[in-house]
Design a protein around this ligand. Sequence first.
Ligand code: PLP
Ligand code: 3DJ
Length: 420
Amino acid sequence: MRGDLSRRAAEERDVADPLAGLRDRFVIADPELIYLDGNSLGRLPAATPDALARLVRQDWGTELVRSWSTWIDWGRRLGDRLAAHVLGARPGEVVVSDSTSVNLYKLAAAALDANPGRRTILVDAEEFPTDRYLLQGLAAQRGLTVRTLASDLDEGLTPTDVRQALDDQVALVVLSAVAYRSGTLLDLAAVNAAAREVGAYVLWDLSHAAGSVPVELTASGADLAVGCTYKYLNGGPGAPAFLYVRQELQARLRQPIWGWFGQRDQFRMGPEYDPAPDIDRFLVGTPPILSLAALDPALDVLAEAGIDRLRAKGVGLGELMVDLADAWLTPLGFTLASPRDPHRRGSHICLAHPDALRISRALISEARVVGDFRVPDRLRLGPAPLYTRYVDVWDGLARLRDLVARGVHEQLPVETLRVT
Ligand SMILES: Cc1ncc(COP(=O)(O)O)c(C=O)c1O
Ligand SMILES: Nc1c(O)cccc1C(=O)C[C@H](N)C(=O)O
């Protein structure tokens, strides 16, 4: 038996929510708009515009090049903040740099070089495209094979699926902790242990996990990870990504882009590349300071919330969404396309519907609810526990129900796919 699905019950949960006050720390420019796409681009923290304006005027405008004496370490400083508040890693194991794609390339190449003689890279067939394409490129350069793990589109992978695919030819496994479409959450510790048994490295993509579920990189025995900061970490569009390398592995791994920020004694400007002994060796070039600066106010709010409270609320929002979908949307032709068990998913939910593309468009333009469409027929809805209220989930699904029941989406032309 489901709980009380009235709007009043959702309001009461907001009143009791220990994180409720943090919504005010974000810019809510249009209170009528229900934003359920924080898993693609997080909201703007209210403190960010002034923090950036101060940096531009003071650090850049007044101090000019002298500011580099502090800026130079920001990739590492912000990496340590992420390690402490979001990733469960030790100081010196995380840096913020480049994009997720570039970091994935660097760490995948480093792992393959450290595991010579093995022929196979293992990846989820439903993994986010950039990960699959990068691995295809690396395999083509090295004469290796990419073996895809067939996973159920809705249920995703389990650690048993991964364990069964592992053998002594596997050099590297690349997986998302939370799958971008189904939202399936994998048990990091179980996968890490299975891979270690056969001598394979695991490289985790944490893009949909960081800031939504506790990750515990060190405790789970993770070797390598990357992820973006523009989703649940609210760093802004194109915000720089992070990478994690287990401390004990750092001196053994070499990444392929030999830039001067990875160099030991960088400002000696020596003749030959000699990588720094620590996490700095995974850096490449000059960091984008304005984008890095946007991470501080975003992480302030996140640290205040605490990842365990965020997870608890994420589970609550997800369960409400699934209960409402069962009650209101199943009769309209929707099916749940994410694991039903809340402990097997991250913060977002997918619903399948044959007309999902037009529904997702109409939902934005006619009902003012922002989610997104993902192929082949998925409506993806991502409540973000830092600023999404229980009533937002209730109102969002009520608007979706009414729109589909009235057939509003059917008035739209069948259109081609485009961004969002
Ligand atoms: C799982 C995952 N990996 C990688 C990316 C993107 O990487 P990049 O920021 O390099 O475009 C995304 C989202 O865009 C993603 O969801
Ligand atoms: N990074 C994005 C972009 O540059 C354009 C449009 C969307 C995105 C996204 O973040 C999509 C997201 N990673 C996804 O899971 O589909």
